[in-house]
Design a protein around this ligand. Sequence first.
Ligand code: SAM
Length: 207
Amino acid sequence: MGDASNDFHRNLVRPRTEELLDVQAGELILDIACGNGNYSKKLAEMGAKVVAFDYSFKMIELAKKRQKTVLDKVAFHVCDATKFEELIKLKQERPFDKAVAKMAIMDISDLDPLFKALHSLLRPDGIFVGATRHPCFTFPNGDDFTNSMEKGEAIQGQPALQNYYHRTIADIFNVAFHYGFVVDGFYEVPFKERATPIIIIVRFRKK
Ligand SMILES: C[S@@+](CC[C@H](N)C(=O)[O-])C[C@H]1O[C@@H](n2cnc3c(N)ncnc32)[C@H](O)[C@@H]1O
């Protein structure tokens, strides 16, 4: 992904994510499944103080090297988004104003611990913006009602295929509702001239 990410993220994912996230200087933001940290750096450049994590130790080592100019504003951690006890250790001296997971919801095998932890980590009225593959239009086997895992290729030529977890929109929303969030922002974004959207970007707000 380099320093500047790729066209897909720059042109499809970031604009609506940024609109829904509406970063304000001084905010404390949690960057969930941050990868190489290029978006964490962008959040810092917008004036936020950022806590960023990924469950890949190697990725976080690389993120720290790549983003060394902003380490005073971005704290990188190794943390598994499916482990509530690990997530809760990310608690800071004040609650997070916002959280973001850019193209990661479909990579995370269990969303329950994440929403449970987010409810405790975010301030009242705090928001979580998640961008993910469109559950209705990018489902495997033509069956969007069966939750499943499939192997896929995110970056052409990547050395190993990754796991994608398919869930219905209702499954994603219902876990959020269960932990006390409402949805107050939602976009479906198409790819180039295609008629069907390939990603959804959702803003969840803590009640
Ligand atoms: C498609 S990348 C997105 C990276 C980054 N958010 C971005 O927009 O460039 C998905 C990331 O999710 C991470 N990931 C997958 N499952 C995870 C989990 N359970 N906990 C934390 N990170 C996870 C992967 O290691 C990978 O870096």
